[in-house]
Design a protein around this ligand. Structure first.
Ligand SMILES: Nc1ncnc2c1ncn2[C@@H]1O[C@H](COP(=O)(O)OP(=O)(O)OP(=O)(O)O)[C@@H](O)[C@H]1O
Length: 352
């Protein structure tokens, strides 16, 4: 089990990670998801032992490996974890085999066992044919495979990845995603993976921690975050496309949105209404619940069409099954469902 207890990290006065508490069972694939600057890398670096927490503890299998309250942290090399960075950081003067061998030499693994381990991981990552090449003789995607092979060779029980795919092109990224999941199943190592890409998070994770401003906004299975976002931030960050979250004002027995009166009582006077993109309909005829909007974006997603409309500051995204004949710049009616999927307070906490 990997446990993070009340973990806080301060740089001077600035709190980069604020009172984070999450635990995952052995073999979990935990994704730390959030926008740039939310504290994901700082949290991962604390897990790797590269950064000392200001408060709180990290435990691997019940043993404390970092303790901010005692200002103590086990050495990165002695905590049975391995870290893969965004940049591959391979030794340029060593062959692929040499790079993978290096951590095993440092561990003083006997030669015969070492040779077998190297062959196993090179095969696992399908780079055996590159064993004698040097990093500048292989592609970026292949270098990343070597970096991963080097990290998993010592069989760490916790594997840490910091946006490992962000330097790869879109197609390779999708392939490597599948590959990393296969690797995760093969090694069984508890994995913590940092990304700002919610599709990556939703496809790979067993558990997701959505972070914003140093805090965990929500922690759960990917489907839970999509089904029941606990904050407006989570609602607008996860899902394909993410949910529409709109400020509304109570007006008589109902509320006003984009000049239209909706006959549903909001739970409080000022609040945020959430509409899932697949709950919206689009058409050319106006109805009681439709808003005229300028069509600003149309894109095909897996056989469906994603449509975005703009009206002053109001932006709505719908996902529909029908082909869209209107052109960019045309006025299209976006029809809202009878009631929003849920409500949030103006500061973003879920009400219903
Ligand atoms: N060594 C440091 N000294 C001071 N501030 C730091 C330090 N490291 C990180 N920070 C600050 O802490 C905050 C969180 O940084 P962090 O790198 O953890 O974010 P992130 O979510 O990983 O972002 P990104 O996706 O852009 O890498 C940022 O505001 C950053 O400027």
């Amino acid at each position: 089990m990997l446990e993070i207890k009340h973990l806080t990290k301060r740089f001077g006065e600035f709190e980069a990670v604020k009172d984070v508490s999450i635990s995952v069972p052995d073999g979990a694939f935990l994704v730390l998801l959030g926008p740039s600057g939310c504290g994901k890398t700082t949290l991962l670096r604390m897990l790797a032992g590269l950064e000392l927490p200001s408060e709180g503890q990290i435990l691997f299998d019940g043993t404390i490996v970092s303790d901010g309250d005692r200002a103590w942290s086990a050495d990165p090399a002695k905590r049975n974890s391995g870290l893969v960075f965004q940049s591959y950081a391979l030794w340029p003067h060593m062959s692929v085999r040499g790079n993978v061998e290096w951590p095993l030499k440092v561990m003083k693994m006997p030669t015969a066992e070492r040779t077998k381990r190297i062959d196993d991981v090179l095969n696992l990552l399908d780079i055996h044919q590159l064993a004698d090449r040097y990093p500048n003789e292989i592609s970026g995607g292949q270098q990343q495979r070597v970096a991963i092979a080097r990290t998993i060779a010592p069989k760490p029980s916790v594997l840490l990845f910091d946006e490992p795919l962000s330097n790869l092109d879109a197609k390779l990224r999708v392939e490597m995603r599948t590959e990393l999941m296969r690797l995760h199943r093969a090694t069984g190592a508890t994995t913590v993976y940092v990304t700002h890409d919610q599709i990556e998070a939703m496809t790979m994770a067993s558990h997701v921690a959505v972070m914003n401003g140093g805090r965990v906004q929500q922690f759960g299975a990917p489907a839970e975050l999509v089904e029941r976002p606990e904050t407006a931030f989570v609602a607008t960050f996860v899902g394909t496309p993410p949910n529409n979250v709109i400020e509304v004002k109570k007006n008589g027995a109902g509320y006003t949105i984009g000049g239209r009166h909706m006959p549903v009582d909001p739970p409080v006077d000022d609040c945020l209404a959430m509409y899932r993109a697949d709950a919206l309909r689009i058409g050319s005829a106006a109805s009681q619940r439709s808003l005229p909007m300028e069509l600003v974006e149309v894109s095909a997603i897996a056989g469906r069409t994603m449509v975005t409309g703009l009206s002053d500051a109001l932006r709505l995204t719908a996902i529909v099954d029908v082909p869209v004949k209107a052109r960019i710049g045309d006025t299209v009616e976006f029809e809202l469902p009878e009631t929003p999927q849920c409500w949030f307070t103006p500061s973003g906490e879920r009400i219903s």
